[in-house]
Write a protein that binds this ligand. Structure first.
Ligand code: ASP
Length: 582
């Protein structure tokens, strides 16, 4: 038996019992006449004591030579500590060791295995097995397990069945590139790794499995952005005989359950907002609604007053920064520079101070009198002591810039409280999205999403105006889930492919299997997928997902621990009928 107890378990009630523990040496403190060793395992830290008088000489000497991260087993008696440590659960006791065996030695770890490590990101990823010994990473992985377990239990209780779908499939276009896998037995042919189980879960609906879920790996060969992983995990779900509200209600239930079970938070308010409304009020399809600073459109009150910048703009829009009148001129200039950076690209920033005495002072006083500025304040909800910031220009770009400014200010003003959770449904997304690159329309969600029933005719005349039965779940300004009601008849699906620029032959070659299935009694259906990595990170109070993934890839998509991707040898390529031409 390697251990009778773990290193987080012993309390004063165990005093005088003989125990066996095994674990890693966290720290050795050698005072000459007594040696203390902190022994660590997954469950905690227990202090061992080797004492010049009470411990046998050879064991005492062996203890003096222990190095960090040695794996040891000890037997000894639980005794009361003279100086207790209230910071750890085992802080009342220590083990007076009488047997010590070294199970394995360790090289000196390349960074300290402590909460605040001296190791940088790359080295920690290279030695991830050491990094996971640290509490913050270990606890994040345990937290992830708890989230996944709650998801499984909740959905199972609601009658959902977890069904695995294949990883070696044919490509499903969801907007990203596929990772492809050559087939040795089918020369010149390739599988694709799923970007999501989308078509399979729809086929399961045709098959009558009317409530499906799966916690599943998905793969997308995207240009990597910060905090994206080429493989990630989704909570993937699909339901048959549902309308949009049924799906929203079901997953509102899951979200509330998770917040209650994992954070002890009861959510009463679960607003729903259309995409158009979200863009108008926040300039974003994933607004953080934990704080105000909503947009106020000023066109009717700010245009035609001789200020040409506003007069020539498609949109004039502002927001009130709470308490912002305390910003100095220098701070406002710095904000103006910030928003004029090429990444954001505004041409300028108009401001208006709301003084405590009810007067206003703006950067455009030449064109606007107090009554005008009072209207601005009313529109943006500004109060005395606030600062109104106004941008103008083309509608979409201006909204997006003001959204960047809103989020930046919220960050600076500490309004994004990680302990507060404000979920929101954004519904009725556009069906299609124009791509400047390809000069064509793409499906905004994916090609299986159904248009609003009464808008199908608009596809011919004004495709950009068509709204879809598509929705996102937003939590604290992050999109954590998205889904849609699907097309479930061949004719509409064919029409959709046509508008996406597929010829009938291409549609048949790629999606014949789905269109055929639609001819065998496909029920109305819809679903959603949540990004598990991000959900766990947000519930864990953080916005980076890496620490919640046991073995993440770095920003270039590399696993630097196992050194992947890497070349394969000539023979392997030959067997796969592949020739490299680099
Ligand atoms: N397959 C979609 C995605 O991965 C989710 C869905 O429509 O259910 O985003």
């Amino acid at each position: 038996m390697y251990r009778s107890h773990n290193c987080g378990e012993l309390r004063s009630s165990h005093i005088d019992t003989t125990v066996t523990l095994a674990g890693w040496v966290q720290k050795v403190r050698d005072k000459g006449f007594v040696v203390w060793v902190d022994l660590r395992d997954r469950y905690g830290i227990t202090q061992l004591i080797f004492d010049g008088e009470r411990t046998e000489k050879d064991i005492f000497e062996q203890a003096q030579k222990l190095g960090r991260e040695f794996v040891i087993q000890v037997q000894g008696k639980v005794i009361e500590r003279t100086s207790k440590n209230p910071n750890i659960q085992t802080g009342d006791i220590e083990i007076l060791v009488d047997k010590l065996s070294i199970l394995n030695e360790s090289l000196l770890p390349p960074f300290t295995i402590e909460d605040d490590t001296d190791g940088g990101d790359e080295i920690r990823m290279k030695y991830r097995y050491l990094d996971i010994r640290r509490d913050p990473v270990k606890n994040s992985l345990i937290f992830r397990h708890k989230v996944a377990r709650e998801v499984r239990n909740y959905l199972s209780d609601q009658g959902f069945i977890e069904i695995e779908t294949p990883y070696l499939i044919k490509s499903t276009p969801e907007g990203a590139r596929d990772f492809v896998v050559p087939s040795r037995m089918n020369a010149g042919q390739f599988y694709a790794l799923p970007q999501s189980p989308q078509t399979f879960k729809q086929l399961l609906m045709v098959a009558g499995m009317d409530k499906y879920f799966q916690i599943v790996k998905c793969f997308r060969d995207e240009d990597l952005r910060a905090d994206r992983q080429p493989e990630f995990t989704q909570i993937d779900c699909e339901m048959a005989f549902v309308e949009q509200d049924d799906v929203l209600n079901a997953f509102e239930g899951l979200t509330k359950h998770l917040l209650k079970a994992l954070k002890g938070i009861e959510i009463d308010d679960f607003p729903r907002m259309t995409y158009d409304e979200a863009m108008e009020r926040y300039g974003s399809d994933k607004p953080d609604i934990r704080f105000g600073m909503e947009f106020g459109e000023l066109n009717d009150i700010a245009q035609h007053k001789d200020f040409n910048v506003f007069n020539s703009a498609e949109l004039v829009v502002g927001l009130a920064v709470p308490g912002g009148n305390s910003f100095s001129r220098k701070e406002i200039d710095a904000l103006t520079d910030w928003i004029k950076r090429p990444q954001i690209g505004a041409k300028g920033l108009v401001y208006c101070r709301c003084n405590d005495d009810g007067t206003f002072k703006s950067s455009v006083d030449k064109f606007y009198d107090q009554a005008d500025l009072e209207n601005w304040a009313e529109r943006t909800g500004a109060k005395a002591g606030d600062l109104i910031l106004v941008l103008s220009g083309e509608t979409d770009a201006t909204r997006s810039r003001l959204n960047s400014l809103r989020m930046e200010l919220a960050e600076r003003l500490g309004l994004r409280n990680p302990d507060e959770f404000a979920p929101l449904w954004v519904t009725d997304f556009p069906l299609l999205e124009w791509s400047e690159d390809t000069q064509s329309y793409h499906a905004m969600h994916h090609p299986f999403t159904s248009p609003k029933h009464d808008q199908i005719d608009l596809l011919e005349t004004d495709p950009a105006a068509v709204r879809a039965n598509a929705y996102d779940l937003v939590l604290n300004g992050n999109e954590i889930g998205g889904g849609s009601i699907r097309i479930h008849d061949r004719e509409t699906q064919a029409l959709m492919f046509k508008h996406l620029g597929f010829s009938p032959e291409e549609a048949k070659a790629q999606f014949g299997f789905l269109m055929n299935a639609f001819e065998y009694g496909a029920p109305p259906h819809g679903g959603i997928a949540f990004g598990l990595d991000r959900l766990v990170a947000i519930l864990g109070g953080q916005e980076t997902i890496r620490d919640f993934i046991a073995f993440p890839k770095n920003n270039s998509g590399r696993d630097i621990m196992i050194d992947a991707p890497s070349p394969v040898d000539e023979a392997q390529l030959k067997e796969l009928n592949l020739k490299l031409d680099l």
